[in-house]
Design a protein around this ligand. Structure first.
Ligand code: BGC
Ligand code: BGC
Length: 629
């Protein structure tokens, strides 16, 4: 079977194919296409029987064993089952490949968006999108829930690192490049991956204290929460509630429409213009009305005014939050303009509820037809009807973690650190250095430098996936220096230069919301212990956002914000030793004190508020130390 090469023609035949199929579908089959189930909550046989439109792996929704081959077998199992349904409509499998194909052990892990924003190079982001798409497609997956086009206002938000920064133009420019990268030559090529531009809209605008995700008084056992039980989030997280978990994420946005459009809607325009055919709705609300029930924003603005022709998907179990009565949730969300529902657990309950809503006239069948037409057209434009059953056309499995992709990740990691402070030109390190003291577990921990959304939803410390570390990079680039590594900084060695690495413990979503961003006392103590034993102190901070450094600003000669660089952490050593120059700049205002938060450039008169310790655009430069390669 051939498919059209030029896009307009491809779009036309895709739409015609969708219309033809639609005319032959029963209501129940249409609803099946609108249903997305989580992979542990559905079997291939159910996909076949009910003709489900999509299956997803959430964060950590991994097969056993977690290998590229097992991933591919799992995904193809679902895809093949869909082909055996009555009409054989191909399945779209979705994953959160938000910094590489990050659930897969051995995949290339790129820096989180906070670091890519600091670089601000659209071409690099495009190459990352391409490499990610190839790795994703190699496992049989053609849809990723990325890019986030969030503009995080309050950096205490646990999803700050998913956003490129507090500049809507930059966010839109990089998101568009990422969309182009995911697409490659054409959406219909077997290694093109459908983006989901998210979370519509103003996910970054939620106000601290407005999240209703947790009823703090009622939290007794995490096992009672199906989402957290599914994610194997352990009891240790209960204590995070005291530190501010779920205070911001999924909360309310209070800005006026002008600001909503200028700050939060603006980045969608370039991303959609680049051809993105899917948008995911935000858990949050605007002046109290849930985005998932927001007909004005989804139908009038996105589909009407912006002319969006793709389909709209919900977030994970998000419609459940609209109202206590699930039937009403279904009715209101579909009528608001949602096309596919990430159920994710009980797909039959959702399908029954939507069928009943159509039967009682609460949801018009024309709305169902519109939704399914959008889904089927997108599937056709991805070439799914042509590519199915022919895995030969998809990239080979060894694309996962391919050296070419790791080289791009290395480049991104090397270029992303922002040099915040550099007293006495402590950096780059002097070309001849007899001894170097490196302290802090974060200097040699792939999991810490990858952060959340890595192998599991929350991420974890330790060797969770192959990668390199800052310590390894220093050892390689300074073979002549005597390098002492003290994970806890409790030794007695002295050195002319000390490098201390500290890291935020990994987190994702509302679990990473905090009441304050003060550096942990243990980190400060580590910095003080090393300070006493070195002439110059370099502090490297791995974090998903600016953190409040307090006395560390005084103790450290040089301070490097290294963000969450991903699997290729050795690259961080390059600007430190001077084989490359620091070039990145701040895209988030960096607070001097937690009391100054939220701190962002929007609002009536930002200059009237507290000053930033380092402001947008800050980032010191260094020269390249040629003699030290
Ligand atoms: C899943 C994540 C998902 C989250 C929803 C977790 O169980 O693993 O992918 O984002 O639930 O809050
Ligand atoms: C997150 C989304 C994600 C989805 C699927 C949700 O909890 O908010 O960003 O794409 O889970 O994992």
């Amino acid at each position: 079977m051939t498919h059209a090469v030029d896009r307009p023609q491809g779009a036309l035949s895709a739409s015609a194919r969708a219309a033809d199929l639609l005319a032959r579908m029963t209501l129940r089959e249409k609803i099946g296409q609108m249903t997305q189930a989580e992979k542990n909550s559905v079997t291939p046989d159910e996909v076949r029987r009910f003709g489900l439109g999509s299956v997803l792996s959430g964060g950590g929704g991994n097969p056993e064993p977690n290998t590229p081959a097992a991933w591919r077998a799992m995904v193809l199992g679902f895809r093949e089952a869909a082909l055996e349904s009555r009409l054989g409509v191909p399945l779209l499998y979705g994953v959160d490949a938000v910094h590489g194909h990050n659930n897969v052990v051995g995949a290339t892990v790129f820096p989180h968006n906070v670091g890519l924003g600091a670089i601000g190079d659209a071409d690099l982001v495009r190459r990352i999108g391409r490499a990610t798409a190839v790795e994703v497609a190699a496992t049989g997956v053609r849809w990723t829930f990325a890019p986030a086009v969030s503009v995080p206002l309050d950096v205490r938000w646990g999803r700050t690192y998913e956003g490129y920064g507090q500049d809507p133009d930059l966010v839109g420019r990089l998101a568009a490049a990422y969309v182009e990268g995911l697409r490659g030559a054409d959406w219909a090529t077997p290694d093109a991956v459908l983006p989901s531009v998210k979370h519509f809209v103003a996910d970054g605008g939620a106000v601290h204290g407005t999240s209703t995700r947790w009823d703090r008084a009622a939290v007794k056992s995490l096992a009672d929460d199906p989402t957290l039980a599914n994610a194997h989030v352990d009891e240790g997280f209960v204590e995070l509630l005291d530190r501010g978990a779920w205070t911001i994420d999924q909360g309310d946005v209070a800005v006026d429409e002008r600001t909503l459009r200028d700050v939060f809607l603006a980045p969608y325009l370039p991303a959609l213009a680049a051809g993105a055919l899917n948008v995911m709705v935000s858990y949050g609300s605007w002046h109290g009305l849930r985005m998932h029930a927001h007909r004005y924003l989804i139908t009038d603005v996105l589909k009407g005014e912006l002319g969006f022709e793709g389909f709209v998907v919900t977030d994970w179990a998000a419609i459940d939050q609209i109202e206590p009565d699930f039937d009403v949730c279904v009715e209101r969300s579909i009528n608001a303009g949602i096309d596919m529902v990430m159920v994710p657990f009980d797909h039959q309950r959702f399908m029954d509820a939507l069928e009943a809503a159509v039967e009682r006239g609460a949801v018009a069948e024309a709305r169902i037809d519109d939704a399914v037409h959008r889904i089927l057209t997108t599937k056709a434009r991805l070439g799914l009807f042509d590519a199915v059953g022919d895995p030969e056309r998809e990239p080979a499995l060894d694309a996962v973690g391919h050296p070419d992709h790791r080289r791009i990740a290395h480049e991104a990691a090397r270029r992303s650190p922002v040099l915040l402070q550099n007293r006495g030109d402590a950096l780059p390190l002097p070309p001849t250095l007899p001894a170097l003291l490196v302290a802090g577990t974060a200097a040699d921990d792939v999991g810490l430098q990858c952060g959340g959304w890595t192998i599991s939803w929350m991420g974890a410390a330790g060797p969770i996936t192959p990668g390199t570390t800052l310590l390894q990079g220093l050892q390689r680039l300074r073979p002549d220096a005597e390098i002492t590594f003290e994970p806890d900084g409790h030794g007695t060695a002295r050195a002319p230069v000390g490098i201390v690495a500290v890291a935020e413990a990994p987190y994702a979503e509302g679990m990473g919301d905090r009441n304050d961003l003060d550096l942990a006392a243990a980190d400060l103590a580590l910095i003080e212990r090393v300070r006493a034993r070195v002439d110059a102190l370099v502090l490297v901070v791995y974090s998903g956002r600016p953190v409040v450094l307090g006395d560390a600003v005084r103790h450290a000669d040089a301070i490097v914000a290294a963000w969450l660089p991903g699997s290729e952490g050795a690259a961080i050593a390059e600007p430190l030793v001077g084989v490359s120059a620091f070039e990145a700049t701040l895209r988030y205002r960096w607070p001097a004190a937690s009391a100054d938060l939220p701190l962002h450039p929007f609002g009536t008169d930002p200059s009237a508020g507290p000053a930033a310790l380092w402001d947008l655009g800050h980032g010191l430069r260094t020269h390249v130390e040629r003699s030290s390669t």
